[in-house]
Design a protein around this ligand. Structure first.
Ligand SMILES: C[S@@+](CC[C@H](N)C(=O)[O-])C[C@H]1O[C@@H](n2cnc3c(N)ncnc32)[C@H](O)[C@@H]1O
Length: 201
């Protein structure tokens, strides 16, 4: 039977260089191509939007997000490991739409006082396994959320499956979001932020 070939038809021009550098520094946690293509598509739906990525890594997801964003959209990407983020800064830092932040994402989320986000790509523990409530409050109604790596990954520590199971079990508790779990690519949680009741808006 014929099955759909969902290999992305294109990739950002910066991606090959980023992945080559990832290999050089031994970084094996870049998002996969299909996830990247989805990020690009969702970013393209947020004209003039504000996008946040938690966990820059070496910048593969950043490149895909920028690929979909229009010239007036903006991206802030947060990473705790300065040497990894340095690769992304080198490869993508000339793009005026992106701002790189070197910080712990949980601390950064707590301290953030800027405008609310239109799209969040959550690719580290904060914003997914911790601090989700805070991130949800920072999303504009109609904003989209993508959390990945919910299917077992070779890089997981032994205790991680329990953390993922708890996250998935507790998603319905976050009633300000309409969730869809996707057993696709690395395993995704995709959600849209619902509107605030009038007295909370
Ligand atoms: C899965 S990788 C990110 C891959 C990248 N988003 C991509 O699409 O290619 C997760 C990244 O999160 C970073 N990280 C882990 N804990 C963090 C934290 N508390 N705050 C910020 N970054 C963190 C790691 O250093 C790692 O680079």
């Amino acid at each position: 039977m014929h099955t759909l070939d969902d290999t992305p038809a294109h990739a950002p021009s910066s991606l090959a260089g980023i992945l080559a550098e990832a290999e050089l520094v031994g970084f094996a946690m870049s998002c996969e191509q299909r996830t990247g293509a989805l990020l690009s598509t969702l970013a393209a739906s947020k004209t003039g939007g504000l996008v946040v990525e938690l966990g820059t890594g070496v910048g593969a997801g950043t490149a895909w997000l920028l690929d979909g964003m229009d010239p007036t959209a903006r991206l802030v990407t947060v990473e705790a490991d300065a040497s990894l983020q340095a690769v992304a800064r080198r490869c993508l830092g000339d793009d005026p739409r992106v701002r790189f932040v070197h910080d712990d994402a949980e601390r950064w989320l707590r301290a953030y006082e800027g405008p609310r986000f239109d799209l969040a790509f959550v690719d580290c523990r904060p914003g997914k396994f911790t601090g989700l409530e805070r991130l949800v409050r920072l999303l504009r109604p109609g904003a989209l959320y993508v959390g990945d790596d919910l299917n077992p990954q070779p890089t997981w520590p032994d205790d991680h499956q329990d953390r993922v199971d708890r996250f998935v079990r507790e998603l319905p508790r976050h009633t300000k979001m309409r969730w869809t779990l996707m057993d696709w690519a690395s395993g995704l949680a995709v959600a849209a932020r619902l509107g605030d009741p009038p007295h909370l808006a």
